[in-house]
Ligand binder design. Sequence first.
Ligand code: SAM
Ligand code: SF4
Ligand code: F3S
Length: 443
Amino acid sequence: MMKKYCVKIFGCQMNYADAERVVSVLKSMGWQHVENLDKADAVFLLTCSVRKKAEDKAFGLLHNLKKWKAKKSGRKVGLTGCMVRETSSQASVKKDALLRKSGVLDFVWRIEDSTELPKLLDFSIPTIFQTRDFFSIKPMRQNPTQVFVPIMTGCNNFCSYCIVPYTRGREISRSEKEILAECKEAVENGAIEITLLGQNVNSYQKTRGAFAKLLAKVTRIPNLKRLRFVSSHPKDFDESVIDMMAEHTNIERHLHLPAQHGDDEILQKMNRGYTTADYLKLLEKFRKKLPEASITTDLIVGFPGESEKNFKNLLNFYRTADFDFAFFSKYSSRPNTTAAKLPDDVDSKLKTKRWHRLNKLMLATAAKKNAKLKNKTLEVLVEKANCHSLEKRDLEKDKRCILEGRSSEFFLVKFEGNENLVGKIVNVKITQPREVELWGEIN
Ligand code: SAM
Ligand code: SF4
Ligand code: F3S
């Protein structure tokens, strides 16, 4: 009988992209995906380690899976992603620490060992996976309209707070040929938008200008409407990418440039390799050539030793940078990182307080900026439809859907419309700009 599985994904887009290759291996073995855990013979977790909370979530799920596993014999639990250090099973001589710690896991595997999955599940390896190259696995797209294509793995930056270089290893760039082939195939299969993924896309092939060249080649793929990329590192982001964006209108008008902090003393302790002045100069150059583009960032509050003065500098930096949106996290000490050797001395209540102060500033800044978008028309790629029936008796007739999607600037736009618009680009006139979302109507 055909085996059934569930996949639980935590963490960033990299994990969502990796899951498409894991699912592809399972499909090649004849396994079938199910949403309902009760119907599954196996559960696979793709985990994240970036903050302790992310790991706690995975441990919480593993705990709940104990009962699920006990209900039916032969059920299996496997885990991959950033929490794994060593591919191993309960039968291995050497076991990953997670296998020893958790009473429910049957095996764990490093994501790059995904071609080993059939072996771990006790199946003979199908011929197509006789290679160990993770990227030779053809991804099974979750959403063929919006596709994520990894251009590199790992990271060499060793920001002092970050676990990623330890979990994902050293930075390795995929070849241009391989990336272009994957992008071309995605567009031929209906992709409207491609996002190129990497922890530091600007250091692609460790050569200045190489990423801009790659961008230029991807933009030329016939019928590709939208191209995005994340994440950019301020120390490596340069004018070649700005010029490329200005030149090619199918590169979206959005830059995600994680600053992480707005105080020079903290930035140095974070080992980020730039100052606030360097960062702001970059923004100036970018805005000069692309005034219509939006800029978003990532910021961490409560890094070890962060004083009220350091934090006020962060608030001032935020005001000067005039970001369109930002993702904030409270510092979480991660094992083996350099910052883990420093005392985690910003009290958790104070971290929360600072998070809220920063969030308040973000919302006020966004509201002010978004107000200027009133009556403007934006091109929105519709991602989702939330449909409610006004009249339960006549579901089809009175169905009212709220559609949502992203504009070129990555603004979240919501409006009323037919659900068959999902996966299409539509013009939406903004009627009610709010803090984090823009409401509008089809134009
Ligand atoms: N490579 C990207 C960069 O350089 O910005 C993103 C890396 S990380 C996967 C995503 C975000 O998690 C980071 O931008 C950072 O804000 C946050 N992060 C990483 N380590 C953290 C930690 N120890 N505590 C809190 N937030 C953290
Ligand atoms: Fe982590 Fe820094 Fe690498 Fe981003 S650049 S993944 S924050 S070490
Ligand atoms: Fe992503 Fe989390 Fe790993 S943010 S790279 S899944 S540690």
